[in-house]
Design a protein around this ligand. Sequence first.
Ligand code: RIB
Ligand code: CA
Length: 314
Amino acid sequence: MAPRKILIDTDPGQDDAFAILFALGSPAELEVVGITTVGGNVPLALTATNALKVVELAGRPDVPVYAGCPAPMVRKLITAEYVHGETGLDGADLPEPVTPLQSEHAVNFLVRTIMDAPEGELTVCTLGPMTNLAMAMTMEPRIVARLREVVLMGGGFFQGGNATPTAEFNMFVDPHAAHKVFESGVPVTMAGIDCTYTALMTPQWLDALRATGRRAAIEAANLADFYRQYGDHKFPTPARPIHDACVTGYLLAPTLYEQRQCNVTVDIVSPETIGMTVVDWWHVKGKPRNCNVLRSIDPDPFFELMLERIGSLP
Ligand code: RIB
Ligand code: CA
């Protein structure tokens, strides 16, 4: 069977790097058609450079990288250097990329690529604020019906939020973009923090990653060592959620996830809860079930698969 064609929209970010490496280490199942970058964890200039660093680390400079929107649709950009470091990829000493960014704006690339592809062929995987995808839908509404699926890391419900008590970071940074995507009618699968908090990367797993002896795996472990310094106040052990990699894991092994079709809306009006993904888990409102909500993951096979795939890179 031909590999599934995906577009990755991202704000690297150490966990974004894992998601991208995981995907590039799975060429039989996934074809990464292109990577679009957005302001998020760190400003766009850095996320764009970081995406180039990651494709070069994977030995895949052929994967085109596009710079997109530097800021959310309405609000000001909020970044997360407190988690990811000043560069966004602190922890690994990756050389400045020699591969150039594509000259086309990411939003134009998304519109052109989705309109040119056969209907239902492309899946968009968003790993950061959803600004680029929402802007593409605004620019060309016809892309909505042409997409196979949007699989996103963001949101949550039972775990509340990690940016505010009720909002997860990607949703909080650009709630208007998320609202537009969730209301568009495109099939959405959401890996929120309910799910990603069950995908906890342990120091032992990082040792196994290093033991592969492969440069990409070793540098990924170095990224993770920096990334997991944050969160002692939230997590009882040194294990940390590898959020974005749960998107790649879903594409590769969906049966590892507890999931349910629910109605999900994104709050864009309340000062206290803006960016909250309101998940109607018990279908009490009777509104359309517009989102496949990933509730949890079976961690052992997930991490075994990710070790195998990242460990297969140079
Ligand atoms: O809340 C976690 C999400 O925010 C992840 O995508 C992480 O990379 C940050 O962007
Ligand atoms: Ca991210």
